[in-house]
Design a protein around this ligand. Structure first.
Ligand SMILES: Nc1ncnc2c1ncn2[C@@H]1O[C@H](COP(=O)(O)OP(=O)(O)O)[C@@H](O)[C@H]1O
Ligand SMILES: [Mg+2]
Length: 333
């Protein structure tokens, strides 16, 4: 197949134009190859001499399966790839930690406000919903990003709807915390006005909120900086995955989150157009139609075309093989 014009600015070119790229994400419909491509890029970036963390914030992990080694719960050096570490975040632990954190804050606050209610009810209400789990995951990702122990972070993200919500949430968080801080300030000054003693009281919740807002703002700065962050969208040459990434690219663009481009995965070798099998010939013809559609809909945004391999992509050897495609230099025309 002539993928020269389709991937006119390939990933390698994009990376050369973004030497400071630090946070790399893959989005797209379930099953299109997000985890595989996150693994492939992480391996390649490490092969270029970078110190790379491949991290999964998904509650359902697949990195251990991809790499053929257990990377759950701790930064694990990937065998055979110097400089590459992988980590499946222990979501259960992260959620419990967040719950403890919230409980502390609420208890603090109730005591400070002299309200004699048990914190439990509030904690239950605040933590028993899916948004809380997502937010705990987001916090985890942000923690990793802030530590800055690696040159590049490749995140195997949750399905994109969640990823977008997570990032969108940082915007909402910012506004929300701003409101909270303002009302805390008002409450504080009222307290001081009303109190006879002139002694200033520390408002513990206020400190927390201000700190939280700083973190969220910093996260948003990093995640919306096109020099540092790129979201790549993975599609197959099929109708539904194309529709999905179109929607996501529009959303992300609206949020000001940098879109790195599109990767087309599982493309059948066009030489198979001469296959004996009518089934295969039909699939190739169908894919050709969708490849044209992709070229039209995402002009200049396609970064790579990855063939459909005759087996699952697992283990470092396969990741290296797929890496030759993802990091292919354009054929000199
Ligand atoms: N180019 C490819 N050729 C063959 N199999 C692939 C290819 N890309 C992905 N796969 C396989 O497809 C399945 C889904 O890929 P995965 O990366 O887990 O998708 P996602 O993370 O988007 O849900 C996996 O079994 C993977 O090994
Ligand atoms: Mg996956």
């Amino acid at each position: 197949m002539d993928d020269g014009p389709l991937a006119a600015t390939p990933l390698t070119g994009f990376l050369r134009e973004h030497p400071g790229l630090r946070y790399v994400f893959f989005g797209g419909k379930g099953g299109v190859g997000k985890t595989v491509l996150a693994g492939v890029s992480a391996v390649q970036l490490a092969r270029q001499g970078k110190r790379v963390l491949l991290a999964s914030t998904n509650p359902v992990h697949s990195l251990s399966g991809l790499l053929g080694q257990d990377v759950f719960g701790r930064h694990t050096p990937v065998e055979g790839v110097p400089g590459l570490f992988a980590l499946e975040i222990d979501t259960r632990e992260a959620i419990e930690r967040s719950k403890r954190d919230i409980r502390d804050k609420i208890q603090w606050f109730l005591k400070f406000a002299e309200i004699s209610t048990k914190a439990d009810e509030f904690v239950e209400a605040a933590t028993t919903n899916p948004a809380f789990e997502e937010s705990a995951m987001f916090e985890n990702m942000v923690d990793l990003m802030f530590k800055g122990e690696y040159d590049v972070y490749v995140f195997d993200t949750a399905p994109t709807a969640n990823a977008r919500r997570l990032l969108g949430m940082s915007k909402v968080y910012g506004l929300w915390v701003q409101k909270m801080v303002k009302s805390r300030q008002e409450a504080q000054s009222l307290r001081e006005t009303l109190s006879f003693t002139k002694k200033k009281e520390e408002d513990p919740l206020m400190g927390y909120l201000v700190d939280f807002r700083k973190r969220i703002e910093h996260a948003r700065e990093l995640l919306t900086d096109p020099a540092k962050t790129a979201f790549f969208f993975v599609t197959l040459p099929e109708a539904l995955p194309i529709a999905v990434i179109r929607r996501f690219i529009d959303w992300f663009t609206d949020f000001g989150i940098p879109v790195g481009g599109v990767v087309v995965n599982m493309v059948i070798d066009p030489a198979e157009a001469r296959s004996e099998s009518e089934f295969v010939r039909n699939r190739v013809a169908m894919q050709e139609g969708y490849l044209r559609e992709i070229a039209e809909r995402f002009p200049g945004q396609v970064r790579a075309v990855i063939p459909l391999f005759d087996s699952d992509v697992r283990g470092v050897a396969m990741l290296d093989k797929a890496g030759e495609k993802l990091f292919a230099e354009p054929a000199t025309a």
